[in-house]
Design a protein around this ligand. Structure first.
Ligand code: ADP
Ligand code: ZN
Length: 729
């Protein structure tokens, strides 16, 4: 929401100039929602506060005005690895940018400072602790500053998930440089944190830009946790070679799962805070460079990972809160390409978290934790669109069901559960609210373990009344009833099940709708529909990876998956300029890499043209299995491709026409493209009809004899081979 009273003053000329930079330098055809308004606000020398989800496109909001305004743009960023990637990416767009942090050797640092003082830089990325040294602030006062951009601004807030004490001091900038516009950016969705940021950075008068926090390209899936390893392997089989993160609750689970995945041939690596820093850095770097496919991690892993092509995030265990779930799943699909977030939901995990919460001493904090856990359970067990629940939690209302979560794609079957709910009520009353859900299930199922006997509970009226329903189903039913507010599990009394006031309704009316329990390994969902040529995409990826390795940068820094994916939908490309319309291919990248990618595209198109035969409806059906089998065939193949007739080919090789025909038959069988209809001539179509109608029990010589046209044996066999190759025979 932009407040309308403050429409940008930036002149039309400046607006056009901004668009030109977007097109030429960054290679994007248009601004995304709010980007242009933020840019114009900076051009007007006003402060701005930008709240956009991950992947929304925050970087351009300060990059373009930094380039347009007089002086240098100072970008404060908390993570060293991010700075390097951003600067590498900008350099590859032809922008003069550098970073200044503790990772630089002293000679490198000197060089950066020299460029900075000489006014050669358009942007400088700085770590906050460097920026706020006296010496550096002095230097800053001596140059012209275009703007301050505070990226990941939630780091100023103690409420946030990533508090950094050095960020708090950034408020000083406002006082030292009152005239320089400041831009704070964050993807945090939490109200309290936002207020902290505004207060701490002195952004009370800044224009606020708040975009929707929906991430439509992320598909949310929540499945009952059964055999997590099998479930995960099954999930991974849909995401071969794609990058992903798997979150686990503990270091031990991280290590176990990583080893198990490696044993199954997955390129997985573990990551948690207990590992030496050097090892962690290496794992992260390997992931960014696509050397490792899957990271198995505790939530310690994430902030520093600015990898746009993470295709999936799996929660092996229950996330602690919805905020955490949103943040962690949000690391998938920053580049806007379809991605998936799978959570495995197990009652064991819920109980584990409950026990942890029981140990929290401060009652107020315990309350908060319980609330967070309950919200998480609601999301997981709900029957409503996951996205609706998720966004609703952050106060955002989604009008329609999203159509891209497991509930929308495969709605659970529901049934009238009133009778069952009454049984549970009866049982809870029999037990006087003093026993856990597990015990209630035992009674309903009529289990006779010694404790039940000892207490005489096998004589209760509800004992064994729910025999025909299995334990898992009962557990699911009870959970849903708790979730719907008919029962509570009192944390202060060891999670015993009690009926609530609402349960009174059960006596009067049929009120309870329950979802049918379905044990899920993975529901069968429609796969994403990609209209790209995967084979070609892989060739493009290989080319990019090679170039990136030569330049020693992360592959996605060089060219994005989005760009490669768009390229792989193109048909034959002969000139570099044809690539200009690819998203993210600015002038600089076209010059630097256009030729290599054009070559890949062109070669692929040629190869396909050579090796494909078109079926009657024009669909490609054949792909040669390999080169011609021997030299003689190969020679025939080359002459044939050069346009020579059968007679010509025979003469040039000094062999019989019959032999040439035999070569052609072999080539057709190996799925090389031979224009058989052209070789046979005008009778071809009627011959095909006759062959279709031929008596299926007749021998081939009888079929040939009955044809209306006289064919040589070779011609006949050529047609048969062709039909067979096309799957017609
Ligand atoms: P954020 O910092 O908000 O997470 P980024 O600035 O990293 O997001 O942008 C996310 C992705 O979207 C990047 O790959 C970026 O190049 C791309 N992008 C940003 N703006 C545009 C645009 N106007 N058109 C097309 N792609 C864009
Ligand atoms: Zn949905």
């Amino acid at each position: 929401m932009i407040d309308a009273s403050l429409v940008s003053m930036a002149s039309k000329t400046k607006q056009r100039q901004a668009l030109k930079i977007l097109n030429d330098t960054f290679g994007y055809p248009e601004f995304r929602a709010m980007q242009d308004e933020v840019v114009y606000t900076m051009l007007d020398s006003r402060d701005a506060f930008v709240l956009m989800p991950t992947g929304g496109g925050k970087s351009l909001c300060y990059q373009i005005p930094s380039m347009m305004r007089d002086g240098i743009g100072i970008v404060v960023s908390p993570l060293i690895s991010l700075m390097k990637d951003q600067v590498d990416a900008l350099t590859r767009c032809g922008v003069n940018a550098a970073y200044y942090n503790s990772s630089l050797k002293s000679a490198e640092a000197k060089e950066v400072l020299a460029r900075f003082e000489a006014g050669e830089l358009e942007m400088l990325y700085v770590a906050p602790e460097r920026l706020l040294t006296k010496a550096f602030l002095k230097r800053l006062e001596q140059v012209k500053i275009a703007l301050f951009a505070i990226d990941e601004a939630h780091c100023v807030s103690q409420w946030g998930h990533d508090f950094r004490p050095e960020y708090v001091r950034l408020g000083e900038l406002r006082k030292i440089f009152p005239k320089v516009p400041m831009l704070a950016l964050t993807a945090t969705a939490d109200e309290q944190t936002r207020e902290d940021i505004a207060k701490c950075l002195g952004l009370g008068r800044a224009r606020r830009f708040i975009s929707s926090f929906d991430r439509p390209n992320i598909r949310y899936l929540i499945a009952e946790k059964r055999q997590p390893l099998t479930q995960i392997l099954h999930f991974l089989s849909d995401w071969k070679d794609s990058s992903g993160i798997i979150y686990c609750l503990s270091r031990k689970r991280v290590e176990d799962l990583a080893v198990n995945l490696q044993r199954q041939g997955v390129r997985a690596a573990a990551y948690h805070a207990g590992m030496p820093a050097r090892v962690r850095e290496k794992v992260q770097d390997d992931f960014l460079r696509d050397q490792v496919q899957v990271i198995v991690a505790t939530i310690a892993f994430g902030m520093g990972v600015d990898k746009p092509n993470v295709r999936f995030v799996i929660h092996h265990d229950l996330p602690k809160s919805i905020e955490g779930y949103y943040q962690e799943t949000g690391r998938a699909g920053r580049d806007g390409i379809d991605s998936e977030a799978l959570m495995l939901y197990g009652s064991g995990d819920v109980n584990l978290v409950r026990r942890l919460i029981d140990n929290v001493e401060n009652p107020r904090q315990r309350q908060v934790e319980i609330h967070k856990l309950n919200s998480m359970i609601s999301l997981s067990e709900g029957l409503t669109c996951r996205r609706k629940v998720l966004l609703g939690y952050f106060g955002e209302h989604l009008e329609e069901n999203c159509g891209n979560c497991d509930v929308c794609l495969d709605p659970p079957e529901t049934f009238d559960g009133t009778k069952l709910a009454r049984l549970v009520l009866q049982c809870c009353n029999d037990l006087e609210g003093a026993y856990t859900a597990g015990y209630v299930v035992d009674i309903l199922r009529g289990n006779t373990h010694s404790r039940i006997k000892a207490r005489g509970h096998h004589e209760l009226s509800s004992f064994g009344k729910g025999k025909e329903i299995n334990g898992d189903e009962w557990t699911s039913i009870i959970r849903q009833l708790v979730h719907q507010g008919y029962f509570t599990q009192d944390v202060n009394k060891k999670s015993t099940m009690c009926a609530t006031e609402k349960a009174e309704e059960l006596r009067k009316k049929n009120a309870v709708t329950l979802a049918k329990y379905q044990p899920m390994v993975r529901r069968k969902l429609k796969r994403f529909n990609r209209d790209r040529d995967d084979h070609l995409f892989q060739k493009l990826v290989d080319m990019r990876d090679k170039l990136a390795e030569d330049e020693d940068v992360a592959p996605h820094v060089l060219i994005s998956d989005v760009a490669l994916s768009e390229m792989s939908k193109m048909h034959d490309v002969k000139t570099v300029s044809a690539l200009a319309k690819i998203s993210g291919m600015g002038k600089y990248k076209l010059d630097a890499y256009g030729e290599q990618f054009t070559r890949v595209l062109h070669e692929h198109a040629e190869q396909k043209a050579n090796e494909e035969v078109l079926s009657e409806d024009g669909a490609p059906v054949l792909l040669a299995k390999g080169p011609p089998a021997n030299d003689a065939q190969h020679f025939t193949w080359i002459l044939y491709k050069g346009g020579a007739s059968v007679v010509d080919i025979a003469q040039q090789q000094n062999i019989e026409e019959q032999s040439v025909m035999k070569h052609l038959i072999a080539l057709v069988r190996a799925a090389h493209h031979i224009d058989v209809p052209g070789l046979i001539g005008s009778a071809f179509d009627s011959l095909m009809i006759e062959l279709n109608d031929a008596d299926p029990y007749a021998s081939l010589s009888e079929v040939k004899r009955d044809l209306s046209v006289d064919l040589t044996n070779e011609q006949f066999r050529l047609i048969l081979a062709w039909r067979e190759a096309l799957g017609i025979s």
